[in-house]
Design a binder for this molecule. Structure first.
Ligand SMILES: Nc1nc2c(ncn2[C@@H]2O[C@H](COP(=O)(O)OP(=O)(O)OP(=O)(O)O)[C@@H](O)[C@H]2O)c(=O)[nH]1
Ligand SMILES: [Mg+2]
Length: 155
């Protein structure tokens, strides 16, 4: 019988882009550490997808917590970069993209807040870009499924 490894996905992105909201849509049993609505340590949740357990860790977006990105990214199988589409790609996003490409981590980009701005992201990446409205759950599970396919084909 095939051994089903549990999968670890890390949700990354700049401050206020919608990482926590995204994770809340994916997972129903969750823990979060935040202060005044901003993530200060991490978000965590897990869910079963196609009979496999998938763990999601959300990073803090504020640059003063960037060390958490490194800690939470130990042993990750894949990543979601959540971009605020009304802001475009920020320096934080650029830094994350550079690392994901450098270490050949499978990832997808969620172009979030499509309700505020639905123009195309100007981005230098070969990863799939999925338009999302995290608050309404739009695009989220479709994007997760695309990511899990890429993670599987990468293994
Ligand atoms: N209009 C709109 N607002 C959104 C969307 N997704 C999230 N938000 C709002 O954006 C704000 C930030 O969302 P969070 O999910 O806390 O963002 P975050 O990336 O976890 O923020 P940090 O942890 O502080 O980096 C909240 O007020 C959300 O309600 C969206 O698709 N559209
Ligand atoms: Mg957050």
């Amino acid at each position: 019988m095939k051994h089903n490894k549990e999968t670890k996905i890390v949700v990354m992105g700049a401050y206020n882009s919608g990482k926590t909201t995204t994770l809340e849509q994916i997972c129903h049993n969750r823990a979060k550490v935040e202060y005044n609505g901003t993530t200060t340590a991490l978000d965590y949740g897990n869910t079963m997808i196609s009979g496999e357990k998938v763990h999601f860790f959300g990073t803090p977006g504020q640059d003063r917590f960037r060390f958490m990105r490194r800690i939470l990214s130990e042993g990750l199988d894949g990543a979601i970069l959540v971009v605020d589409n009304s802001n475009g790609i920020t320096p934080t996003d650029q830094e994350i993209l550079g690392r994901l490409d450098e270490f050949q981590i499978p990832y997808v980009i969620f172009a979030n807040k499509q309700d505020l701005n639905s123009s195309d992201l100007d981005i230098d990446s070969d990863a799939p870009v999925i338009g999302t409205i995290a608050q309404e759950g739009e695009g989220i599970m479709e994007g997760v499924e695309i990511l899990l396919e890429i993670v599987k084909s990468h293994q």
